[in-house]
Each structure stands twice: as structure tokens, then as C-alpha cells.
Design a protein around this ligand. Sequence first.
Ligand SMILES: Cc1ncc(C[n+]2csc(CCOP(=O)(O)OP(=O)(O)O)c2C)c(N)n1
Length: 553
Amino acid sequence: MTAHLESTAAKLLVRCLENEGVEYIFGIPGEENIHFIDALRDSSIRYILTRHEQGASFMADIYGRLTGKAGVCSATLGPGAINLLLGTADATTNSAPLVAISAQVGLNRIYKESHQVVDLVNMFRPVTKWAETVLTPEAIPEMVRKAFKQAQALRPGAVYLAIPQDIEALPTPADVRPLPVNLVRDAAPSPSQLARAVTLLQQARAPVLLAGHGAARAHAQPALLRFSERLNIPVATTFMGKGVFPDNHPNALVTVGFMRRDYVNFGFDQADVVLCVGYELQEFSPAQINPAADKQIIHIHTFPAEVDDHYTLAVGIEGDIALTLDELAQQLAPKSGLTVTGQKIRAVLQEEREKGARDASFPVKPQRLVADIRTALGDSDIVLADTGAVKMWMARLYPAYQPNTCLISNGLSTMAFALPGAIGAKLAYPDRKVLAVMGDGSFLMNAQELETAIREHLPFVVLIWVDESYGLIEWKMDMELGRHSHVTFTNPDFVSFAESFGAKGYRIQRAEELLPTLQRALADDTLSIIACPVDYTENIRLTDKLGKLTEPI
Ligand SMILES: Cc1ncc(C[n+]2csc(CCOP(=O)(O)OP(=O)(O)O)c2C)c(N)n1
């Protein structure tokens, strides 16, 4: 019994996690981390038991992305740890802070062929900023502090720690304590780089600002508004930057990053200087906005730009984003604002939105789905748009007004993050409505987490766009090959599927039912699944239409 009371590495680990302000750990226990799981009984940290470690990793990923504090996921060794990989990779490629912790076999057998041994550290290394094994209990305070510092600082990402089975149970001296937490702050921009950017912008004929995910992370919306309004410079956002500049602002040049040229690309064609603010190249290739590699690019971010032959910088400014924008704004005179083309871009998109909103055909047109989702959600509510054709429609047409209110994975573009991600989002923001918008393919990839949501009493809504196909791939095959194969499937009865978990289930049978059903489900205090047949004949119609646009619209 006394052994149970003395401090152990597992208990020290829990104290270190508490010291980092961890509120939740998402995961599934295993035989090799029972001491860690047991130590959480006496902790302020809530352990959210999931139904798949992949689900746990996406919950931590989205929690981290929304809060800026690393989401934590946990698993046993071997298979459990391997299942954490996808959400861990999603976090790193989407610059979201995440700490993945798993068990590992004991040091007494890690060096030889033995049961369940997989070289986990080497497996996690390529998808993390740092991955290491804890070799002694005394190292835990430093390693946990380093893990959180690495995950959360500058460009956030995932880290991984392996805790060998024989380490977690070891007694630890009482004087080994968590280390104090200090925050890494962004530096002030260099005055000489600012001066170079000012000179360039003074001469600029038609500058355009592109705000990316890093701007959303830096809470740069107020500074972007000040900058754009004072200098009258149009602002486009990336998929992941959506909302960091409000789409209903007169200077908004909407979202760029669709798989083919979109209206907004004409706005970039006319620009001579592009100010990329918090843009990360993993979001989409810079060739999309700088196809001839002839633009003057000013890169503003907390870290240096990646090298790319379509992203050769005229000026690079590293440092606090808001401070940089304010300094530039003070030193420059206003520009001429949205060009005629820019205004036309907004007008054609608005026309497309309004036409879609009025369309009463069934199956429901993607444009109508997007319009009804927008009407059903408040400005600060959160929609997670999963990967597939569904993402393309949401990214192009969904107007967002606040950062991180339309969550897209465009770094890894993984399927199936939205349902578990909605659990992370609801825990991060219990007072906001949360909607996961998913294709039927993605939904069934992680549908087991419905049980987690019900058990944890987390009310949110999943809206499934039903086409009985991996729609995006069908679209791409039709576009490039003129035919498709191996993409269609059948679905369970989504209503009884939902009800079997104790959730509410709805099947949309007419376009007019969608909005009231969404509103009712979002107002409900429980988990709801809405299955809505979607008319994806619109997909190829859209790319055909956009493909024919050759002149400035
Ligand atoms: C985990 C994962 N597997 C495969 C892919 C490739 N992929 C991208 S979209 C897609 C189809 C998505 O189908 P669905 O979820 O039904 O959405 P839809 O495209 O029909 O809207 C596939 C297979 C991926 N991005 N992620």
C-alpha cells in the first residue's frame, strides 16, 4: 500500500501536465500506461475516453488549434500509438499545437525483438517538431516543459513523448518538480526591413494582401482591419485564414485556394505587390497566386518563409504580425482600394451565393447547403468543414466573419477530422454552436466518436452531405479522365444509425426542410445527425464554368 502513496514517474508526469494548464487528455488506456491513467484520478485534468486513438488525436488537434494551448492525446504503445499518427501529422501540417504521449515497452527490452516493439520515436519524428523517449523519471519536468514550449512556440506543431512501461512506475524523489512556464513572445519587426517594405508599398500600383492561417493564430483581425481600412488595400484569405478578415467587409477579396482558378485569382493577376501575412506554403502552392513568378512579395510572419520558386521575396519581415501591420500602416498613404475587377469578383460570388440560396431543387445543391449553414450559424459559431468536395464548396462560398470559425484542414487535407474535431471544439468553446460538415465517406471513417460525444454530453450537429461516393475523387476523375470508377458505396440508414447511439437523426427530403432542421438541431441540447442528399452534378458544372474564364471578369 505504501508503494501506492509514494510519488512515481506517472504522478510526476501528471503534475507536469497540470502545471502546463492542461484541461483535457483524449485517449485510450493500455496495459503499459495504467499508472499514468490511474494517476489522473486525483488530477484536475479530465481524461476523455475515446473510441479510437485517431479520434483522440483529432480532438487534441482541434482543441489546440482553437485555444493555442497544446491539445494532449494519449495511447498505449505499438498499435495505440500508431493510431495517434494521423491527427498528430494533421496538427504539424496545420500548425496546431499538440502533445502526443504514448507508452513504450520497457527499457529492459526495447533494444531487442520483443512483443509489440515498434520504433515509435522514429515513426513520429517526420510528423512532429520533436519526438523523444523519457529515459529516466528525473527528466520528466524538463521534457514536458520542452514538449509544450516546442508545440506552442512560434510556428506551433505536434511533439511526441514515449514513456517506457518500466519508467512510469518508478518511484521519484519528492524534490523533482515541474518547471515554471514561460511564454515565448514574438519579437518586434526590424526597422530596416519595415523601411524596405514601405518603399516597395509606396511604389505599388495595385497591392493585395493575402491573410493566412498564421494571421488567424496571431489574433491579427483588428490589425488587419486597421491596415486595410487606413491604406485601402484589398484582403483575400486562404482556406485556413477564413474569417480573419470579415468576408462582408468592403475591402474583402474573398477566399483563395480552390483546386482550379477561381474568380479571386483575377484579383491576384492584377496585383503587382502581394503582402502575404501569416501565409504558410503548406496551405496551397504560391503558384496559385503568382503563376508567372513575377509578383513582388512581402512576407510578414513570425518565422522566415519557406523557399519556393513562386515565392521569391522582395522583403521578409519576421516578428509580431499586428505590430508589423500597424507600423507599416502609419508610414504609408492610402491606395486606390478594390479595383473594378475586385468589385466584380465580389459581385459574381455574391450572385452565385444568392442564386444557390434560392434553389429549391432536390437533392440539395451544394450552394444551397452552404447558404443554409450560414443562415443557421451565428458569427462566432464554429463549423468544421471536412475534406472532400464538401470542403471545396464551403471554402469558396461560406462567408466567415471571425477567425477560426470555419475550420478546414488544408495542410494535410485529411478526411474524417471534423466529427472528433467537433468534440475538441465544443470543449474549447462550450458556449458556441458547433457544426461538423462532412461527406458520407468521411463520416463513417470516425463515426465511432458519436459514442464519446453522447457519453460526454456534448451537444453539436453533424451534417452529412450524402452522395454515396468519395465525391471529390469522382469529381477529379471526371475532370481529368472523363470517367470514374471505384469511388461509389452504399450507406447505413443514418437516422437509425444516429438513434442507435442515443443521438437524434434527421433525413432531409426536400430542400426547404434543411434550414429549419439545422436550426432545430443546433438549438437542441443533444447530439444530432442530419443526412442531406447533395446534388454533386454541380461539381463538374463549376469547374467547367471556371475553366472557361480566361478574361478578367
Ligand atoms: C484519410 C484520407 N484518405 C483519403 C483521402 C483522399 N480523399 C480526399 S477527399 C476524398 C473523398 C471524400 O469523400 P466524402 O467524405 O464522401 O466527401 P465528398 O467528396 O463526397 O464531399 C478522398 C478519398 C484523404 N484526403 N484523407
